[in-house]
Design a protein around this ligand. Structure first.
Ligand code: GLY
Length: 595
């Protein structure tokens, strides 16, 4: 039985509905107890398909050598088999990502983009950026209609919302740089899964049913239904067009996607739908290797993603602020704790909106934002008893979809890989490329709306993140790795749009400040504040009514309910060195597989 909704809804226009909690009678001292009850109620590893997964409540899955944790247990199994067959964690990450493109179509992809953060056994680190790019014909006003009015539909729900995909180039680059097994060995399991099919869970079948009911695209209906009839749980989903595309990628690496038949089919679909991506855009796309954002938190090293993600910078900024407070003395998810987290979040998300964008196009003050001195300045502005209102004249922020996916991999040598990738909204643009069988992203929606277009409806028009040819859109994805004294501690990440940064930070706080095991750290209810709108959202069970009342008395607006992220994580047991895998119970198909 699942107590929280799965992550597969993929509903396009449905940011989670947050339910306001009425002030009540539950005492402050009960808050930590309620949080523990909520922890105990969450299954550690959800129904994970025929092969099953851990059924323990709060214990992670243990393995001696390697571990893969992802949003679909079959993809985790593919990655684990690569590790077992002599591959390293980068090989396993590529194979897992390819398999998720088949088994987790809501966010797994070859038509989207993402980030990979790597820590090598010697402690060195790197990051791969395969974020989508704006096509050459993009321009900052491209989401204004013929009357000059901003159009949400063009920005998020059209062929113009599709960015030049990066995933295949990213996996190809990761393999050339750091892989060990032959490329074909890593793509082949995905080809087979697409060709032979896999059994749909009830949740995925229902999610696909909603997709085929609402989508206007015939190729999408064809790919994800049985001649227009929605699938039911237990039926096999085969994807023959996707299998042929993956086969071309298996044989020709990224040329199998960016050139030849796949590219031709993609460009034809763009021409049919008035999209902007051309053959030249596809040929130009390149993944980039970047220097990770590095920080420290209470003696731990934090390794995370740099721009075009805002994740690493914002998370290190928040951790630096919080390091100056004695969080452990406050009690987990008590009013003082939530207040201090929310105040740190408010400040970091304001800086995110002001300063962070693709560093190839904007001058991002990365070192200042992640410095301890700057954090001390910000910390000194936090009143321990009062909320600092987010200024209404400050910039508004746009909605970011929670539909992304994260997976973590560690191999027997201690090589650690943290991958978050996405199509942006659930099923991306919902456009399946006819004849090629894969979904296109709608990542252009992560660019700002138009120059100067900042308004009360939540649009933002600041310069750094405007659409320009070949610019990468700002992201919140925060694939991260934690180490201490030269040893790997944990691999963490999550989907969740703008909530991603706060979710990853709270998993880290749960491990470092609260000494939870990794499954408890993942399960624990989370909260979110993003500067604007000026409110704290807390997952169901995350705070007592008395705590909420206290927060309101401090000047906070508080909303309760919903689900935040799917933080499939791994920790290393400091004594035994075992790999401890923690699939997030918020995702119904998630699973950890080790060997
Ligand atoms: N599209 C979600 C993100 O990149 O953060």
């Amino acid at each position: 039985m699942r107590l929280l909704p799965g992550s597969l809804s993929g509903d396009r226009s449905s940011p989670p509905s947050w339910i306001r909690v009425a002030p009540g009678r539950v005492g402050l001292l009960l808050a930590p107890l309620l949080a523990l009850v909520a922890l105990a109620l969450l299954p550690a590893s959800p129904a994970a398909g025929p092969a099953g997964a851990s059924t323990q409540l709060v214990e992670p899955v243990r393995a001696e050598q390697g571990m893969v944790v992802s949003d679909h247990w079959l993809a985790s199994k593919v990655g684990r088999d690569v590790l077992g067959g002599g591959g390293n964690a980068v090989d396993a990450a590529i194979a897992t990502g390819m398999a998720l493109a088949v088994t987790h179509p809501v966010a797994g992809n070859i038509g989207g983009g993402g980030f990979m953060v790597i820590r090598f056994p010697d402690g060195s680190t790197t990051a791969l950026d395969f974020r989508e790019k704006a096509p050459l014909a993009a321009h900052p006003r491209m989401w204004l209609d013929e009357d000059g009015e901003y159009s949400y539909e063009i920005h998020h729900d059209s062929h113009r919302a599709v960015g030049v995909p990066g995933t295949v180039a990213g996996f190809d680059k990761a393999h050339r740089l750091y892989g060990e097994l032959p490329w074909e060995r890593l793509v082949y399991p995905a080809v087979r899964l697409a060709e032979e099919g896999f059994e749909l869970s009830d949740d995925l079948a229902a999610s696909l049913g909603r997709l085929v009911e609402r989508t206007p695209y015939p190729a999408t209906v064809e790919a994800f239904s049985r001649d227009g009839v929605p699938y039911e749980g237990g039926e096999m989903l085969t994807q023959p067009d996707l299998a042929r595309t993956l086969d071309r990628i298996m044989l020709n690496r990224s040329d199998g996607f960016y050139r030849g038949e796949t590219a031709r089919l993609l460009v034809e679909e763009m021409e049919r739908g008035d999209g902007l991506i051309t053959a030249a855009d596809l040929e130009l796309y390149q993944a980039r290797e970047r220097t990770p954002v590095l920080g420290t938190y209470r003696g731990h090293e934090i390794i995370s993603m740099p721009p075009p993600s805002s994740g690493g910078i914002a998370m290190v900024e928040m951790l630096n602020i919080l390091e100056g407070f004695d969080l452990a003395s406050m009690g987990h998810n008590t009013a003082p704790y939530i207040h201090h987290l929310a105040e740190a979040m408010r400040r970091a998300y304001r800086d995110r909106a002001r300063y962070v964008a693709d560093q190839d196009f904007a001058d991002v003050p990365r070192h200042r934002l992640t410095s301890k001195d700057y954090a001390a300045e910000l910390r000194s502005t936090i009143d321990p008893d009062r909320a600092t209102p987010s200024s209404p004249s400050d910039l508004q922020t746009t909605y970011e979809s929670p539909q992304t996916t994260h997976y973590s991999v560690v191999d027997g040598d201690g090589l650690a890989v943290s991958v978050t990738y996405t199509l942006e909204q659930g099923y991306g643009s919902e456009i399946v490329v006819p004849g090629a069988g894969f979904l296109l992203n709608n990542e252009m929606g992560d660019f700002n709306a138009a120059p100067g277009l900042t308004n009360e409806r939540g649009l933002i028009g600041t310069e750094p993140n405007l659409a320009r040819p070949e610019q990468r859109m700002l992201s919140s994805m925060t694939p991260s790795i934690v180490a201490r004294d030269g040893r790997l501690v944990a691999v963490v990440g999550t989907p969740g749009g703008r909530t991603i940064i706060n979710t990853v930070m709270q998993v880290i706080l749960n491990v470092v400040d609260w000494e939870m095991n990794i499954q408890q750290a993942v399960n624990a209810p989370r909260l979110h504040h993003q500067w604007l709108p000026d409110r704290i959202r807390i997952e169901a069970g995350g705070a007592s009514e008395a705590t909420v009342e206290q927060l309101r008395a401090m000047g906070h607006t508080v909303e309760m309910g919903g689900r935040q992220g799917s933080a499939n994580s791994i920790m290393i047991d400091p004594q035994s060195g075992e790999r401890l895998g923690a699939p997030d119970p918020r995702s119904s198909d998630a699973g950890a597989r080790g060997h």
